[in-house]
Design a binder for this molecule. Structure first.
Ligand SMILES: [Zn+2]
Length: 48
């Protein structure tokens, strides 16, 4: 079973903010974990 969940890397936004070492936001990048969807499919068959 596949489960749709909010991507926690980008908090469901689909992109992440890239910061430099001073903490200033440099640019926004498409989140690679959800590929910009903001949602991820998760396989969960762990329950026994
Ligand atoms: Zn994401």
């Amino acid at each position: 079973m596949k489960q749709k969940r909010d991507c926690h890397h980008c908090e469901g936004k689909g992109y992440i903010k890239i910061r430099d070492c001073t903490g200033e936001i440099q640019r926004e990048e498409t989140c690679v974990f959800c590929r910009g969807n903001g949602k991820i499919f998760e396989k969960k068959e762990v329950k026994k």
